[in-house]
Ligand binder design. Structure first.
Ligand SMILES: Cc1ncc(COP(=O)(O)O)c(C=O)c1O
Length: 389
């Protein structure tokens, strides 16, 4: 059998299971209304939570860096790829996150894999939330430590697991700050208390919280007034650019520079991304307006959908999962939304548990009131037609 025959058989199985994925082509910059596969759609599935990916001030700053530093960095950080922009951005991230130091990675995915595969040693244990992101799961798989899963945000279950793992050399609790498929917020205050009581370190992935939660958008640490040992983040969501980072103590960063393979053996971010992200963090920290607009839209969408009779998961985050239940019905719901000019994908098993297929909405500060109104009217009409409400 040729490799292509073998792979075609595997793809066919994916199709039969209703899990085949296809790429869609966006022909416009990230904004609420985009050309998706050649048709105008209001997009309710982007991570551009504050609308900064297409912000004119960021573009202007990026153009300056682009002209001065070119399009690529030409090497890894430890060879020729460490520019003054990388260092400036790391200092900016550290001050924004109120941590001693920060280290850039090419993506949030690689930051998580890097930290989890290099920090814990053999004989240690990673206590990982059941709903953690794929990059945390993969990081745990690469780690020499053992992994123990605790029930999603269930503090009594975490405490039980902490008690059971006292014989390991070290314990690391690892959690998303905001969970990407459920829109829930990790109870970081309680996690920190348990970590003190049971002598554990805490690693938080604040990918979806950075720029969004806390008065100045510093994330879950600011929201709960706590300081975890390691905070991972991404520049690709509310910050609107690309790249990942780790923040913590200076010693932690020194350790990662020397031991983390996804940092050492990777070409560094292009300086233009660093320049744009630097300006973006300035805007995020100084201006409350975008965050306030975002949270206003979150409140309206969530409360209206709930009042209509939909089951809506999550807390006050831009991730708004509307539970449809049946997988086929979720796909039909998403198609009908598309016919109404709305792009919001259906999320199916194995990404979410069986019976919990959903439309995963995300909202941004740049969606206007009439776009939100159109979304809500469409949900009401389709929900009634499919007998969901
Ligand atoms: C919770 C979480 N962590 C990490 C990542 C990865 O971030 P990046 O897109 O920068 O690789 C994502 C992105 O989808 C995410 O949702």
């Amino acid at each position: 059998m040729s490799i292509n025959q073998w792979l075609s058989q595997r793809i066919e199985k994916t199709k039969q299971a209703g899990l085949y994925r296809e790429l869609r082509t966006m022909s416009t910059a990230p904004q609420p209304k985009m050309l998706v596969n050649g048709t105008q759609k209001i997009v309710f599935s982007s991570n551009n939570y504050l609308g900064l990916a297409n912000d004119p001030i960021l573009i202007e700053e990026a153009l300056k860096t682009l002209q001065e530093f070119g399009v690529g960095s030409s090497g890894s950080r430890l060879t020729t790829g460490n520019t003054e922009w990388h260092e400036k951005l790391e200092q900016r991230i550290a001050s924004f996150k109120r941590m001693e130091a920060a280290l850039l990675f090419s993506s949030g995915y690689l930051a998580n894999i890097g930290v989890l595969s290099s920090l814990p040693e053999k004989g240690d244990v990673l206590l990982s939330d059941q709903l953690n992101h794929a990059s945390i799961i993969d990081g745990c798989r690469l780690s020499k430590a053992e992994t123990v899963i605790y029930k999603h945000s269930d503090m009594s279950n975490l405490e039980k697991k902490l008690k059971e793992t006292q014989t390991y050399t070290r314990r690391f609790i690892v959690t998303d700050g905001v969970f990407s498929m459920d829109g829930t917020i990790a109870p970081l205050d309680e996690i920190m208390k348990l970590s003190k009581r049971y002598d554990a370190y805490v690693i938080v992935d604040d990918a979806h919280a950075t720029g969004v939660l806390g008065e100045r958008g510093r994330g879950t640490s600011e929201l709960f007034g706590v300081s975890p040992d390691v905070v991972v983040g991404t520049l690709s969501k509310a910050v609107g650019v690309e790249g990942g980072f780790v923040t913590g103590s200076r010693v932690l960063i020194d350790f990662l520079i020397n031991h983390t393979r996804t940092f050492i053996f990777q070409t560094s971010l292009p300086p233009v991304s660093c320049g744009a992200a630097y300006t973006s963090l300035d805007i995020i920290e100084k201006s409350q307006e975008l965050r306030e607009r975002l949270h206003r839209q979150i409140k309206i969408i969530k409360s209206t959908l709930e009042a209509m009779g939909f089951t809506v998961y999550g807390q006050n985050t831009p991730i708004i999962p509307v539970i449809i239940g049946d997988t086929a019905k979720s796909v039909i719901f998403s198609k009908k939304l598309q016919e109404n000019g709305i792009y919001a994908p259906a999320i199916r098993p194995p990404t979410v548990p069986k019976g919990e297929s959903r439309i995963r909405l995300t909202v941004t500060a740049t969606h206007n009131d009439s776009q939100v109104e159109h979304l809500l009217t469409s949900f009401k009409d389709i929900g009634r037609e499919l007998k969901i409400i």
